[in-house]
Write a protein that binds this ligand. Structure first.
Ligand code: PLP
Length: 416
């Protein structure tokens, strides 16, 4: 893997921010886009723009073919059995809301239980709270350990014949923890519950095989996998999607409309009402090709190398007294890491003792370093650790050890 040649494909990285070279470590929020993706959007509007699935003219056929090509690329990317099981959404949030609304109409009744985990993004908490309110169902939460792992023994105790759905994050956006999702799915299936996997942070780092995982639903966003914003994927097993009612209604999702009765379109169109985000779906295929070309294993190995390099660097930072001596000559780390699970992706949350994360984030920005600060849309998880928020550095394929050196030196200056 040649990082320099990869970096050349990301024009945004080659700029100065606040007079310094941009160092972009906010990849868990959104990744930057390679030229192939940017060019695909431009090319679409320059040569192919037309509405899809409806027209028989050449541009409409070209646009439809390119749009559907992305569906096949996604099918392969996550190893779904059929391309009809791939539904395009606006993003992870949209996919979860679709399942929450539609699945609950078909399968949830008063007294049923839904299990989520203590490290969910708000987008995998609030939709289920609304379902529980509407249906009189009960929400249960898998606890999180001090290391930032899920307590799987406690999870097993939460499961019962009342459990209808488990909605769980594969990789935590705040902690980087890779949850044992296959085991979580297996245990849920024993009691007859279905499982929705929030794959927002998993899709760019891990090989995804929805059949091997036996996931019932799997959602992710294109923009976290080097693709455009406004595009997401909902994978669902055909039998479940067939049994679920449409989420939104309008054009595309119908077979026949009369004023007396409407029949619905087949999968996946039943869940794709209205004109979709055509250009960005088409461009998403180029992002998938980009990732496939490098290879998930290469990506993960390289990103883990960056993560370990950062953790070692951060752990070496010590507060100095005026004369440059270590405080009492003892190790007294001013950096506290959150998320020290054994299985992790290249995401590291931390706090600097005595400094608010927002102040740290602003001071790092002044040095051209973009990190995320705050609760990362996981307020209950922050509460679990007794903090308001963290500084989060998340690394991607185009980051380098030299950038981490600059970052660690900048943190060292903040500390001292
Ligand atoms: N779930 C996780 C784990 C996330 O990290 C995010 C975004 O940060 C989301 C869900 C929501 O994704 P989106 O905003 O793309 O819908």
């Amino acid at each position: 893997m040649n990082v320099e040649s990869i970096r050349k494909q990301f024009p945004i990285l080659h700029q100065e921010v606040n007079g310094k070279h941009l160092i972009y470590f906010d990849n868990a929020a959104t990744t930057q886009k390679p030229l192939v993706v940017i060019n695909a959007i431009k090319q679409y509007y320059e040569t192919d723009n037309a509405n899809i699935h409806r027209g028989i003219h050449t541009l409409a056929e070209r646009a439809t073919a390119a749009f559907e090509a992305t569906r096949y690329a996604v099918q392969k990317f996550i190893n779904a059995k059929e391309h009809a099981e791939i539904i395009f959404t606006k993003g992870t949030t949209d996919g979860i809301n679709l399942v929450a609304q539609s699945f609950s109409k078909a399968f949830i009744k008063a007294g049923d239980e839904i299990i989520i985990s203590g490290m969910e993004h708000h987008s995998n908490i609030v939709p289920w709270q609304m379902v529980c309110e509407e249906k009189g169902a009960i929400l249960k939460v898998i606890p999180v350990t001090d290391e930032g792992e899920l307590d799987i023994v406690a999870y097993d105790k939460l499961l019962s014949s009342k459990t209808k759905l488990v909605a769980c994050v594969y990789v935590s956006n705040s902690l980087g923890t890779i949850n044992p999702i296959k085991q979580i799915i297996e245990q849920a299936h024993i009691v007859g519950a279905k499982v929705l996997v929030d794959g927002a942070q998993a899709a760019s780092h891990l090989d995804i095989d929805v059949q091997e995982l036996d996931a019932d639903f799997f959602v992710f966003s294109a923009h976290k996998v080097y693709g455009p914003t406004g595009v997401g994927v909902l994978y669902g097993k055909r039998d479940l999607l067939d049994a679920m009612p449409p989420y939104q209604c309008g054009g595309e999702m119908i077979k026949e409309v009369t004023f007396e009765k409407t029949t619905y379109n087949e999968l996946p169109y039943k869940f794709e009402a209205g004109t979709p985000n055509i250009a960005d779906v088409i461009a998403f295929k180029y992002a998938i090709d980009f990732v496939n070309e490098i290879g998930k294993e290469e990506i993960r190995d390289y990103e883990n190398e960056l993560l370990n390099y950062f953790v070692v660097g951060a752990n070496c930072i010590r507060p100095m007294v005026e004369k440059g001596l270590t405080l009492n000559g003892e190790f007294n780390s001013p950096i506290r890491l959150y998320g020290t699970a054994k299985e992790k992706v290249a995401v590291q949350s931390f706090v600097i003792n005595g400094m608010h994360h927002f102040d740290a984030g602003m001071m790092l920005d002044a040095k051209g370093i973009a990190v995320r600060t705050g609760h990362h849309c996981t307020q209950p998880l922050m509460k679990r650790f007794g903090i308001e928020g963290t500084i989060r550095a998340s690394f991607a394929i185009y980051n380098t050890k030299q950038e981490i050196d600059v970052f660690v030196e900048a943190i060292n200056r903040l500390v001292n």
